[in-house]
Ligand binder design. Structure first.
Ligand SMILES: Cc1ncc(C[n+]2csc(CCOP(=O)(O)OP(=O)(O)O)c2C)c(N)n1
Length: 340
């Protein structure tokens, strides 16, 4: 089944969203974009060790979903998790420090770009094994449900995960147990080098499968912060009030290739250009058309730049982890001496 490879026309339906929420959505999108642009430069300067995966062009999804979440909710994401981690409120200093492998990093510099975790912010890890975190996310949702806390779990993942067994197991049990969980598929049409539609029998790889498992299934324009916020608010609200799990399949595109080492030149140029024309940053024009004050938007942009400058300088100045750190938090009991 062939998927739409080009963005759908923009909906002219204006959603009923408060101005202050729209400003928050814009603030998020700008901060995520500019953070990753800086991270890329630092990588090119040799300061970010290892590889890392950017979600430039996909920011509206993390922004829209995180804005709809409660502070004590949980998120699970993949190796492409800078945006999801920042959007939940983890400070830039701690994320930048982690990318640069410094003690100031959110995992003390030991995790790096692909393993961002901050339990105190409900950011329950970034997982590099495709699909593996979906069943773990079910566990967090089950725990919240047993404890009666009203917390909702959100699990972000790529379209490639939809052909992994754990995805199907997770959806089935989420529904069987009516878990308070929202699965969010960031369908950017490509896996590592393979278009998802060349290996998938249905048009909407996440949504079509989810409805077969009995989940509430939603398809959304993943480049529209308002649309993502709207569907996420409903799905999260439903989960919180005992209405069970949902699947949001957000159609999007990443501006770059799979990882820093991949320029993504195998993708047709007209496809890349068509999606770039639907950049989530175009949201700025909508806000202006709605009569918002441009000075407020500029203030948001300036604040993001200042914070990123400060986070980069702080990370560069921070010490590397001590050698001792190699032996901490490695095993569940914190020890390592048994190995000898
Ligand atoms: C189980 C497993 N198989 C293969 C890989 C190698 N791998 C890493 S990322 C990736 C592509 C995933 O694509 P998608 O889920 O669409 O997410 P995207 O990277 O586009 O955000 C693959 C195959 C892996 N990490 N885990």
């Amino acid at each position: 089944m062939v998927q739409a490879r080009f963005p759908e026309p923009v909906s002219d339906e204006l959603l009923d969203i408060e101005d202050k929420t729209r400003l928050e959505l814009y603030r998020q999108v700008v901060r995520l974009r500019r953070f990753e642009e800086r991270a890329y430069r630092l990588f090119m300067d040799g300061l970010v060790k290892g590889t890392s995966h950017l979600s430039l062009g996909m920011e509206a999804i993390a922004a829209g979903v995180a804005t709809a979440m409660r502070e004590d909710d949980y998120t699970f994401c993949t190796y492409r998790g800078h945006a999801h981690t920042l959007a939940r409120g983890v400070p830039m200093d701690a994320v930048m420090g982690e990318l640069l492998g410094r003690q100031s990093g959110v995992c003390g510099g030991k995790g790096g770009s692909m393993h961002l975790t901050s339990v105190e912010h409900g950011v329950m890890g970034s997982y590099a094994i495709i699909g593996a975190h979906l069943v773990i996310a079910n566990g967090a949702a089950w725990s919240a449900s047993e404890r009666g806390t009203g917390q909702v779990t959100v699990a972000f993942f790529g379209d490639g995960a939809t052909n992994i067994g754990a995805f199907h197991e997770a959806l089935n049990f989420a529904k069987v147990w009516e878990l308070p969980i929202v699965f969010v598929c960031e369908n950017n049409l490509w896996m590592e080098y393979t278009p998802i539609d060349s290996v998938t029998a249905v048009e909407h790889p996440a949504a079509d499968r989810a409805s077969a498992y009995g989940l509430e299934s939603i398809i959304v324009d993943g480049n529209d912060p308002d649309a993502v916020y709207d569907v996420a608010s409903r799905a999260i609200g439903r989960a919180r009030s005992g209405g069970g799990p949902s699947m949001i399949e957000a159609k999007t595109y990443r501006h770059g290739g799979h990882s820093r080492a991949d320029p993504g030149t195998y993708r047709p140029e007209e496809e890349v250009e068509a999606w770039k024309a639907r950049d989530p940053l175009g949201y700025r024009d909508r806000l202006l058309a709605l009569g918002m004050d441009e000075a407020e938007l500029v203030a948001i942009e300036d604040e993001a730049d200042a914070d990123i400058d400060a986070a980069s300088e702080a990370a560069k100045a921070a010490p590397l982890p001590d050698l001792e750190a190699a032996y901490t938090n490695v095993w569940a009991d914190g020890g390592w001496s048994w190995r000898n």
